[in-house]
Design a protein around this ligand. Structure first.
Ligand code: NG6
Ligand code: CA
Length: 502
């Protein structure tokens, strides 16, 4: 009797100790799959467009789909900057769409998301589009480039320097141009062509895809780009193979690191221009290359997730899917995106798109899947990519998270609906919109109401303040600023306080 009472007592003591000991933080693998210019209506589980994306939809069925998930900006570089630093992009003067020869944007001394993972024993990798600068502003592509992804926290990097429409059109692996023949050195210039080199402008007969605006400089693979480039023939990429290539590298990274925790930032180039999917996808969407490129991206997502399954990693890997900014139809090449769009609505039921301060500029597909941990469903809580840093700091028990990031792990994993109540998005020319409790205020701005080059898109600028109730008017059809002067004034104050915070 005494013995069994002791036994019971022992069990109670053990239970009490277990209850008091802080739970050791969970350390799943983390993968962020990031598309380029994919709209909220381009993904069929968001129920707006007419394209079918079964791979992404399946991921959403197995995870949590956010109806109010945001990028920080309506263009690429600023959104990526925030995702990796936890800081709003407009706090950094250089965080604008960068040319392919721009210096590394992120300070090597700054705290970053990959560094957070690294400090916690993870192996970190980035595969795909970078667009955050390389080198010191005078990069020599023919030597090792030390200042790059690896200098801001990634153990492994296999990237394109900027975008698929900007030179240099080569891959860079851990700071070295892949397949470079040193006897044919690469030179890059964003102002002046190299003597004797053809351009899209002067040699349209060499092109298989023609520009509609801009994009008429150096030619790679029959496609003229932004910027001039010479040499590096053996290293030039083939656009049709890009998706397969990045997918292979992403899978390889996972397979190489399957026995230890890893963080992978897998950044797809689709459906950014030039839209050149593999011939396997040509004609599959009936919407021309833009739709086909999205189907290709969808296939990449499902193939990648299959790899996690095959390696038995799906229960131990938190996968996030999102996009760097909203959709655009004609972004510089004559690829029939406009003509073949039909009833498809890449922006869903929202207003605007890429470059715009209206909501489709930054409200993007946003899904998180962690089999066995995240209960499948839909969340209407507001969450941003700038919060990833905070979420993972919380997961790993770290205080450091970047200045504008919020610790929203319970929201990301579907355990709470208490998302953001305040948020700032960036449109063109560093102009900002302020969200608060389901309302959005666009302060007055001078400037063109339309994107001032060939893109058919509203900037969102107006010389009068605009106020929309996103809860009742998600399509932003009714500007109610005149009816709510007090709300406009209060929101303006709150906006300025956050904006001017040091
Ligand atoms: C614009 C390009 C556009 C795209 C964009 C960046 C022209 C006329 N337009 O300047 O095609 O490259 O920059 O897109 O050059 S992003 O998704 O990387 O932000
Ligand atoms: Ca983009």
């Amino acid at each position: 009797m005494i013995k069994s009472m002791f036994g019971l007592f022992g069990v109670l003591v053990m239970l009490m100790i277990a209850a008091c000991t802080p739970q050791s933080p969970k350390t799943p693998n983390v993968v962020i799959i990031y598309t380029d210019d994919l709209g909220i209506g381009d993904v069929s589980c968001y129920e707006a467009g007419t394209l079918n994306t079964p791979g992404i939809d399946k991921m959403a069925e197995e995870g949590i789909r956010f109806s109010r998930g945001y990028a920080t900006a309506a263009t690429c570089t600023p959104s990526r900057y925030s995702l990796l630093t936890g800081e709003y992009p407009w706090r950094n003067k250089r965080a604008a769409v960068l040319p392919g020869n721009a210096a590394l944007l992120i300070d090597t001394a700054a705290a970053t998301l990959p560094k957070l993972f690294k400090e916690n024993g993870y192996t970190t990798g980035v595969v795909g589009k970078w667009h955050l600068g390389l080198g010191d502003g005078f990069v020599n592509w023919n030597e090792h480039i030390a200042l790059g992804a690896n200098a801001v926290g990634f153990d492994y990097s296999y990237i394109m320097a900027a975008t698929n429409d900007r030179v240099p059109t080569v891959y860079v692996e851990d700071g070295n141009v892949v397949n470079l023949d040193k006897s044919d050195p690469i030179e890059v210039n964003y102002y002046k062509n190299f003597e004797g080199e053809p351009t899209g402008k002067d040699n349209p007969e060499l092109l298989k895809i023609h520009p509609s605006h801009g994009h008429n400089k150096s030619i790679t693979n029959g496609i003229s780009r932004i910027g001039y480039m010479k040499g590096g023939k053996s290293a030039l990429w083939v656009d049709e193979d890009m998706a397969d290539n990045f997918l292979d590298k992403a899978r390889q990274f996972v397979s190489d690191n399957q026995d230890k925790p890893f963080f992978l930032f897998y950044t797809l180039h689709q459906p950014h221009v030039p839209r050149v999917p593999n011939p396997r996808f040509a004609g599959k969407s009936g919407m021309g290359p833009r739709g086909d490129a999205i189907l290709e991206a969808d296939w990449c997502v499902s193939e990648f997730l299959k790899t996690l399954d095959e390696l038995g990693l799906s229960e131990n890997t938190l996968v996030i899917f999102s996009s760097d900014n909203g959709p655009v139809i004609d972004d510089g090449y004559k690829d029939q995106a406009e003509e073949l769009l039909g009833d498809h609505r890449p922006w869903g039921n929202l207003r605007g798109g890429k470059y715009s301060l209206y909501d489709a500029g930054t409200r993007v597909p946003f899904i998180a899947r962690w089999k066995g941990e995240i209960e499948p469903g839909v969340s209407d809580a507001m969450i941003s990519q700038v919060d990833f840093f905070g979420c993972f700091a919380q997961m790993l028990g770290s205080e450091n998270k970047g200045p504008d990031s919020k610790m929203l792990l319970p929201v990301l994993t579907g355990r709470s609906d208490e998302g953001r109540t305040q948020y700032i998005t960036e449109g063109l020319q560093r102009k900002l919109a302020y969200h608060e409790e389901g309302w959005v205020l666009i302060p007055p701005y001078e400037g063109s109401k339309k994107v001032p080059w060939g893109v058919d898109m509203e900037t969102g600028f107006s010389t009068e303040p605009q106020l929309y109730n996103l809860a009742s008017d998600p399509a932003q059809q009714h500007d109610v600023a005149a009816e709510h002067p007090e709300r406009v004034a209060t929101m303006m104050k709150h906006f300025e306080t956050i904006r001017d915070r040091k």
